[in-house]
Design a protein around this ligand. Structure first.
Ligand code: PEP
Length: 244
């Protein structure tokens, strides 16, 4: 169960969140919990989560370890801050910051080389869905991006299916729509990396997940977890999603 805070919460606000949140999830051994604050709040989150099972992730990672890449933050820097995970290829990065399937692949590989666990995002836009192109888009994103990983590298990632039309819009994919897309992604994974790898792949659903819809989504065997944006900002709300 992963939370993407996007561009929210200062270090002080991060500490306040964890003071409440960690108590509410201290018995949540049924799942892994990852909170992804902004780069600037990573260290505060790691410190505030110390001694709990909560892991901390970044929201992006540079494809290089260091160098002339103004504004970027590298895998070794994220690791040094104590984070263990990173979101790669979020649709907001694809939409506003020129992220492509090729850069998603480079960033994913860099994350793995630094010892981070990437959560790689894929998903179709509303116009793709309306033109019945969901599967084609997912296949393109997979083939042009993720499929460049070796089998060993692939074993280290999770994929988040995040239909763009459901992110931050309040429009959640129905559990059936999400499960259908997850099956398509798993089939691509199995075709490329083999059945065992396909079965072992963890696929999270993301897009307006809330305390009142998480149970029906998680009831789908195809949905292994959720990536939560807006609803992860509130410690009580995110804890009730974790403890669905
Ligand atoms: C996200 O940012 O990954 C996300 C799914 O956002 P929201 O839950 O707000 O739709």
């Amino acid at each position: 169960m992963a939370g993407n805070w996007k561009m929210h919460k200062t270090p002080a606000e991060t500490i306040a969140f964890f003071q409440k949140f960690r108590l509410l999830v201290e018995n949540s051994g049924h799942c892994e919990i990852v909170v992804c604050p902004s780069f600037l709040s990573l260290a505060a989150a790691v410190e505030a989560a110390k001694g709990s099972a909560i892991r901390v992730g970044a929201q992006n990672v540079a494809w290089a370890k260091e160098g002339a890449f103004t504004g970027e933050v590298s895998g070794p820097m994220i690791r040094a801050a104590g984070a263990t995970h990173v979101i790669v290829g979020h649709s907001e990065r694809r939409q506003y910051f020129g992220e492509t399937d090729e850069t998603v692949l480079k960033r994913t590989r860099a994350a793995l080389e630094s010892g981070l666990s990437p959560i790689v995002c894929v998903g179709e836009r509303l116009e793709d869905r309306e033109k019945r192109r969901t599967e084609t888009v997912l296949e393109t994103q997979f083939q042009h991006g993720i499929a460049g990983l070796s089998g060993d590298e692939f074993a280290g990632i999770a994929i988040a299916y995040e239909p763009v039309w459901a992110i931050g819009t309040g429009k959640t994919a129905t559990p059936e729509i999400a499960a259908y897309a997850h099956r398509a992604i798993r089939a691509q994974a199995a075709a490329k990396y083999g059945k065992t790898a396909g079965n072992s792949l963890r696929i999270l659903y993301g897009g307006s997940v809330k305390p009142d819809n998480v149970t029906s989504l998680m009831a789908q065997p195809e949905i292994d977890g959720v990536l939560v944006g807006g609803a992860s900002l509130d410690p009580v709300g995110f804890a009730s999603i974790v403890n669905f």
